[in-house]
Design a protein around this ligand. Structure first.
Ligand SMILES: [Zn+2]
Length: 360
């Protein structure tokens, strides 16, 4: 047998809790409905009414979509979600192509204000800036460059938050050799290998850049995606959250890292309960994950898969453990913290908590 065919089945007799619905209505703070993950023809790939039914079934009252580009793209997305406005919030993505030109700050301000007028409630910044894009000198577009102040300052002025995805899992910045815990994933997706530091900023440099941005803009509210870019080191993320009250994190696509370190994760949720929001990074085509997050957050089940049963563990060969959070922390993580960040009245969700989620 080849190692790649090894599929061990756990022999331990363990409690299995089916969590069909979360304890409270959920705001999924990190979803993708548009072209970013689904491609330019995303509109043909799913039916919005069907997606809303799936969200309802999963207990998601509101999905925050990261794919609200400006201009024509935003118009098309609005059309795609027409009739379901109460179930979605869109964050805008900006066009940074004028980075090297003198009118850049003005152009950014104009883009943000235009998308905000058209209903976008936040800004999404992606890892492509510092990892892929270069300025005219061939240097990475560092997000702590003062030229980006226009983004942070305009967001603060308008009172809208910025969701930043800065780095990727630590293993993507390490050599893809036999010691790499995500070797199988990197083998499948070689373009996620950022270990060549002559081409890419190192993980440590990216974390330094991230901290500079948050420290230099205390009036801007940030949600740093994927557990503050560093789900592998919750102690460091906790320190950052304590230092910077304008920083928040989502837990999107990191249930594997959190769930393999249940004692540290539970401590992290207790100590940082006001700065963590629920998120999955899901699309209308990948709705199988919510129940796994709920099981992780709400139960003390042990050693269970972080992926749907019919899939192989995509992010590394390990299983996870539930952390059984109390109702007060669950409330905050599921919707209260998100309401505060988005400026939404949490009462509507509190009412739903005692009733049932209704169809849109
Ligand atoms: Zn995402």
């Amino acid at each position: 047998m080849e190692l790649q065919d090894f599929r061990p089945v756990c022999a331990a007799v363990l409690k299995k809790t089916q969590v069909e619905k979360p304890a409270f209505p959920v705001i999924d703070f990190h979803t993708h409905m548009g072209k970013m993950l689904l491609g330019d023809d995303y509109a043909e790939k799913y039916d919005t009414a069907e997606y809303v039914r799936e969200l309802t079934k999963s207990g998601v009252a509101l999905a925050v979509d990261m794919d609200g580009y400006g201009g024509e793209d935003l118009r098309a997305l609005r059309q795609k979600t027409a009739g379901f406005e109460k179930r979605f919030i869109h964050f805008m993505q900006l066009d940074y192509s004028g980075y090297d030109t003198p009118g850049f700050a003005e152009d950014i301000r104009r883009q943000i204000k235009a998308a905000h007028r058209r209903g976008c409630k936040g800004i999404k910044m992606w890892k492509d800036l510092a990892l892929y894009k270069k300025d005219k000198n061939g240097d990475p577009l560092r997000m702590d460059d003062p030229r980006f102040d226009a983004v942070y300052d305009t967001a603060a002025e308008l009172g809208i938050p910025i969701l930043m995805h800065i780095a990727d899992p630590k293993a993507f910045f390490m050599p893809a050799d036999e010691t790499n815990e995500r070797w199988e994933e990197l083998h499948e997706m070689p373009e996620w290998d950022f270990s060549d530091h002559s081409k890419y900023m190192s993980f440590e440099e990216l974390m330094e850049m991230q901290e500079n941005v948050i420290r230099n803009h205390p009036k801007t509210v940030f949600i740093v995606a994927h557990v503050g870019s560093c789900a592998e080191d919750l102690g460091w993320v906790e320190e950052q959250l304590k230092k910077y009250p304008n920083m928040n994190v989502d837990i999107a696509a990191r249930v594997a890292e959190l769930g393999r370190a249940p004692y540290s994760a539970r401590r992290f949720f207790r100590n940082c309960q006001d700065q963590i929001v629920f998120g999955t990074d899901s699309t209308p085509l990948s709705m199988g994950y919510h129940k796994i997050y709920y099981r992780f957050l709400e139960t003390e089940d042990e050693y269970f898969p972080y992926h749907p049963d019919d899939e192989l563990p995509g992010q590394g060969r390990w299983e996870i453990y539930g952390i059984g959070l109390n109702t007060e922390i669950l409330r905050k993580v599921y919707y209260k913290n998100a309401c505060r960040i988005l400026g939404i009245d949490p009462d509507q969700f509190e009412e739903e908590a005692h009733g049932t989620l209704s169809e849109c």
